[in-house]
Unconditional design. Structure first.
Length: 375
């Protein structure tokens, strides 16, 4: 198939999933065309079966706001026509699904039919989508999509709750390549951040409010007060400055490192003992799955789609949102002995295997074929 994938190219989970999906489909022989405004961070360069089409918005002085959606729709029309695409797959409802609708209508008027699949990732529905000013556009786009997918059962429920749609929603979860090689910890790298007998905790996110990064620091402070530990913080975003202040106020800076944005987060995860994800809401929690895949148990909140990924007492432990006391207690429980940590590590990998890339990518292929058959 020739597939156009429309995505946000930045560090967010939706962009990561869309890029990894495209790369996996390209490996299976499909021709993939990424359409977005800058080179997707996870794309890499010069890969067989992959082309990247940049959407460029001109900063004409008349425009106070650049009309990205319009330029994106025009780019989709162009790529579908000239590359002969069979299907468009848009990740994130706004503005990708509405631009896809417009592109499909323009192409129809020219005698070309191209269906589009919309994948909802979470914040497009749970945060942005709940802003009433977006509601009519999102509802319309869901109803007009040729197929809609969500990344968890929880997000599917939220979508039906917040939007007036009876459209069938297919749940296709996030995925991960689970490495076959053993997850031996690189002690030399680990020793840069922790002594051998000190636990190394880790959090990776875009430091937005929804991630409750202040809870990460609070949990860490409590764990550290009982058992000398260290914390690695990966990523950047609006809450980072506050976190740096908090770290100084709590006098934890000797044990906390802000690493900033790192492209291959597996390198950090592979030296960690625990992953912290205390989010306010999370449609899936790809970061938790990435940790589990390399054998890092997860201390998380029990909100949204997280319980579908992090299994309580198996791959980690879950608590109510904001209950940092319980999360710290849980962290100490997993770290209480080498045997306990080793069991959680092993079970985290086994749990992650249910989300193996090969299985999930086939689910998308089946859906594409179904859409093309009924088009
Ligand atoms: O919250 C983020 O990290 C970014 C956001 C996005 O849309 O890029 O992530 C959402 O999509 C991911 C991929 O499907 C999910 O794993 C995340 O749980 C989801 N984030 C939220 O729901 C807050």
């Amino acid at each position: 198939m020739k597939i156009g994938i429309v995505l946000y190219p930045t560090y967010g989970g939706s962009g990561v999933v869309a890029t990894e999906l495209g790369k996996a489909l390209a490996l299976k022989g499909h021709e993939i065309h990424f359409i977005t405004y800058s080179h997707p961070v996870r794309l890499g360069a010069f890969t067989e079966n992959i082309q990247y089409h940049e959407v460029r918005v001109s900063d004409y002085p008349l425009f106070e706001y650049e009309p990205y959606e319009t330029v994106l729709a025009s780019k989709m029309v162009d790529v579908v026509k000239h590359e002969g695409l069979d299907l468009l797959h848009v990740h994130y409802a706004i503005p990708h699904a509405s631009a896809a609708f417009m592109a499909r209508q323009i192409l129809k008027s020219q005698g070309v039919f191209v269906p589009f699949v919309t994948t909802l990732h979470g914040t497009d529905i749970t945060l942005v989508g709940k802003d009433p000013s977006f509601e009519p556009v999102i509802t319309f786009c869901l109803n007009e999509s040729d197929a809609v997918t969500t990344v968890s059962e929880s997000l599917k429920k939220d979508t039906y709750k917040h939007f007036d749609t009876s459209k069938e929603i297919h749940v296709i979860p996030n995925f991960i390549p689970v490495p076959e090689e053993d997850n031996e910890i690189d002690l030399e790298v680990r020793r840069r951040y922790a002594k051998d007998d000190e636990p190394l905790l880790c959090h990776i996110s875009n430091f937005r409010k929804v991630k409750r990064v202040e809870d990460v620091m609070k949990i860490f402070a409590k764990v550290h007060a009982t058992k000398k530990s260290n914390l690695l913080l990966v990523g950047d975003g609006p809450e980072r400055f506050k976190m740096e202040e908090m770290c100084r106020e709590l006098d934890l800076c000797d044990h906390v490192k802000f690493l900033g944005k790192i492209q291959d987060t597996r390198l950090v995860l592979r030296i960690a003992d625990l992953f912290l994800l205390p989010s306010e809401t999370e449609s899936f929690g790809l970061a938790a799955l990435e940790a589990m895949a390399v054998g890092v148990p997860v201390i998380s909140s029990n909100t949204g789609g997280i319980p579908e990924v992090n299994k309580h007492g198996v791959s980690g432990l879950l608590s109510d949102v904001g209950d940092v006391e319980d999360m710290a207690k849980n962290a100490l429980e997993i770290l209480s002995s080498k045997e306990s940590l080793a069991t959680y590590r092993k079970n985290a990998i086994l749990t992650a295997k249910a989300f193996d890339i090969d299985k999930i990518v086939s689910e998308y292929e089946l859906l594409y074929m179904q859409v093309l058959r009924s088009a």
